[in-house]
Write a protein that binds this ligand. Structure first.
Ligand code: CDP
Ligand code: MG
Length: 666
């Protein structure tokens, strides 16, 4: 295929997508069925076309809206942009999206893409999701916590709103399991006009993919990925782009750098190689490089997280390199802590990744693991609900009025042990009482704030003037820890300079107060000028986002009747002059994060109280190589065989007893 042909392909009109032939039958099925399960190859047009079919067929009459949920923020925004452009409307008008802290919809929005978590939040105020005529749960195979809960909720809503249409769509879903889930129990007598559930299969067109395995186990898959990409580029004669799957952004950044160095050694008059990252922390503009065609005489090498596995289609890919790993949220009931862990992919994921190479012509997939390793992989990834901290989920269900959480219809019920841990944590946070009932106002307020329960508790505790009185500061800290993206930023070779900048803002007490210093300096000095951020090695986009998140959290508090007084505390001088204020902030953080506490060991590592797990301060933390005694932390990640903690602050041991709602006993 030459460049011209590839370009033609990329601009292939929607009329040529496999799904278009099924338009009428899909519409008929949806019309006559409560729950339609649609399974079709990634790229066949499910996400972008079905909402348009529905809108044209009148499902948005009377001001009704079509909701399409995605497990990932990046998928929701990029797909919304695509559909808006296909419909020749501007984003936020007839087509919009809503993700946490970012709402681009208006009264005229008829097709709305949102994360599954956002739709759940909407159910808090509109329990029957009455503004929607159709809810499409997309990428259901991902089995994210929120989409699993959504399925249970929709099953309940369906009984009260028989006119609601539910679509479950995915490339690799076990459709029969989902069908059985919706059909079980005393299904109301099948009415003459509508069926309970139907499965629609769309046969996507895909080309054969040659799968190659490593002959021996790979030691460093980032290195191996870079070498393989370079080899493909120099030895494969045809055009066609490369897609590399790595587990996380740090790996991707390092691979990009290594590959750029290799690419610079290519002869200047030959085919160039352009490495492009794709992960959720990038700005929309940065993401667009992955989706647009490469420059002339250039081969793209997109290095992506799991995002490119099924949620979005990167066009033009002929070669796939699969490292065999993925970053997953896991929860240890022993430590009671959520972590991001790099884990082996499932066989289903590996198949899906390989399939990305065969979209436009026969392709090749290079697996950076042996055939034997492949055989030992699990068949599918376990649902998130079976390996997560369930406190946010239980809180949300209770706020939705579902008190008996154990009887909620789960597609895969969570393990009892995780449920018990979640109840214990919620009880200690003061969100539920002795009878496991949501408390008022604490529990209901915690459920309404758009941050996880532990941070929500901090914000609410901070709003109590008699208690901590550090609301303005906690809002900034909550915002700074909610930005998805880095606070710090440096160009190649400027790492030292960045460390110097970071030291300027450093607070002895740890990362939270450092983040507060950064925030306060930014709003007083740097808000208007990107140059100020650059001079201080701060990521201007992230900082601007923190300001917007804080404003939204502030509005949430105001809606809860907790007005925010910023006047007293808006400058850094007023904070540093107040040792009491600092103490109040740290105590306040302890009221939320007591379950994530650790003690420093003589060798500088930390140990949790419960499980005795060894933790290391992350190199980005101020506590890296510093002395402390007791600390709390916000985030935990596993990398290699080490467990790292991030966003760490020093606390006093006595606070843990005083402020943990009985979580720790003497
Ligand atoms: O949801 P599904 O994977 O079935 O497909 P889709 O996301 O609706 O995409 C349908 C087609 O639109 C893809 O094959 C791409 O060629 C194209 N597309 C694109 O070029 N750029 C996007 N941002 C989204 C889709
Ligand atoms: Mg899709």
């Amino acid at each position: 295929m030459d460049t011209g042909e590839i370009l033609d392909f990329l601009q292939k009109p929607a009329a040529l997508l496999p799904i278009t032939q099924h338009r009428d039958s899909i519409l008929y099925t949806i019309e006559t069925t409560h729950v339609t399960i649609i399974v079709g190859e990634t790229g066949s047009g499910k996400t972008t076309q079905i909402p348009q079919f529905l809108e044209q067929a009148g499902w948005c009459n009377d001001g009704k809206v079509i909701a399409i949920t995605q497990p990932r923020r990046l998928a929701a925004t990029s797909v919304a942009a695509r559909v808006a452009s296909e419909m020749r409307t501007s984003l936020g008008d007839r087509v919009g999206y809503s993700i946490r802290f970012e709402d681009l919809t208006s009264a005229t929005t008829r097709i709305k893409f949102l994360t599954d978590g956002m739709l759940l939040r909407e159910a808090l105020v509109d329990p029957l999701l009455s503004r929607y005529s159709v809810v499409m749960v997309d990428e259901a195979h991902e089995r994210s916590l929120s989409s699993d809960v959504l399925l249970g909720l929709l099953k309940k809503i369906k009984k009260k709103r028989p006119e609601l249409r539910i679509i479950i769509s995915s490339a690799t879903l076990d459709a029969h399991q989902v069908a059985a889930f919706f059909e079980d129990e005393e299904a109301p007598v099948e009415s003459k006009t509508s069926k309970q559930c139907q499965i629609v299969k769309i046969d996507g067109r895909s080309y054969p993919v040659d799968v190659m395995y490593s002959t021996k186990p790979v030691e460093d898959y980032v290195e191996a990925a870079v070498n393989t990409a370079f080899d493909i580029h120099t030895s494969e004669r045809g055009l066609g782009d490369i897609l590399v799957f790595l587990a996380g952004r740090a790996e991707i950044d390092s691979a990009i750098q290594k590959l750029s160095e290799r690419a610079a050694t290519l002869p200047p008059n030959g085919l160039a190689l352009q490495p492009i990252p794709l992960y959720a922390g990038l700005t929309t503009a940065e993401q667009m490089y992955a989706f647009s065609p490469a420059a002339e005489r250039t081969r793209k090498c997109v290095i992506a997280t799991n995002i490119a596995e099924a949620s979005v289609t990167v066009p033009g890919i002929v070669y796939v390199i699969d490292c065999g790993f993925v970053k997953l949220r896991t929860y240890s009931p022993v430590t009671g802590i959520d972590a991001l862990t790099v884990a082996p992919v499932s066989q289903a994921s590996a198949t899906q990744r390989a399939g990305r190479a065969g979209r436009t012509q026969p392709g090749k997939c290079f697996r950076l693991y042996t055939r034997a390793a492949y055989s030992s992989l699990a068949a599918t990834t376990s649902p998130e609900i079976q390996r997560s901290n369930l406190a946010p989920l239980v809180l949300q269900l209770k706020a939705l009025g579902i008190d008996n959480v154990a009887r909620f219809p789960f597609l895969s019920p969570p393990p009892a042990q995780l449920m018990i841990r979640a109840m214990e944590l919620l009880f200690s946070l003061g969100a539920v009482d002795d009878y496991a009932k949501l408390t008022h106002p604490m529990g209901t307020r915690m459920a309404e704030l758009a941050v996880p329960p532990m941070m929500a508790k901090c914000l609410l505790a901070a709003s109590d003037p008699k208690h901590f009185d550090c609301q303005s500061e906690l809002l900034a800290i909550a915002a700074m820890t909610s930005i998805q993206g880095d606070v710090w930023f440096h160009h190649e070779g400027q790492k030292k300079a960045m460390e110097m900048s970071r030291r300027k803002f450093a607070a002895e007490e740890g990362d939270h107060l450092t983040l507060l210093n950064v925030y306060q300096a930014f709003v007083t000095k740097g808000k208007k000028e990107a140059q100020w951020s650059r001079n201080n090695h701060l990521n201007h986009k992230s900082m601007t986002r923190a300001v917007s998140i804080r404003a939204q959290l502030r509005r949430y508090l105001e809606r809860l009747g907790l007005p925010v007084d910023d006047a007293s505390t808006s400058t850094s001088t007023s904070r540093t002059s107040g040792a009491d204020k600092t103490r109040a902030i740290l105590k306040c953080l302890t009221t939320g994060f007591f379950s994530q506490a650790a003690r420093m060991q003589p060798d500088g590592t930390f140990k949790t109280f419960s499980g005795g797990v060894t933790l290391h301060a992350h190199p980005t933390s101020l506590m890296f190589n510093r002395k402390a005694d007791y600390v709390i932390f916000n985030e935990l990640l596993e990398s290699g065989d080490k467990v790292f903690i991030k966003n760490i602050s020093k606390i006093e041991k006595s606070w843990l007893l005083e402020l943990s709602g009985g979580y720790y006993k003497t």
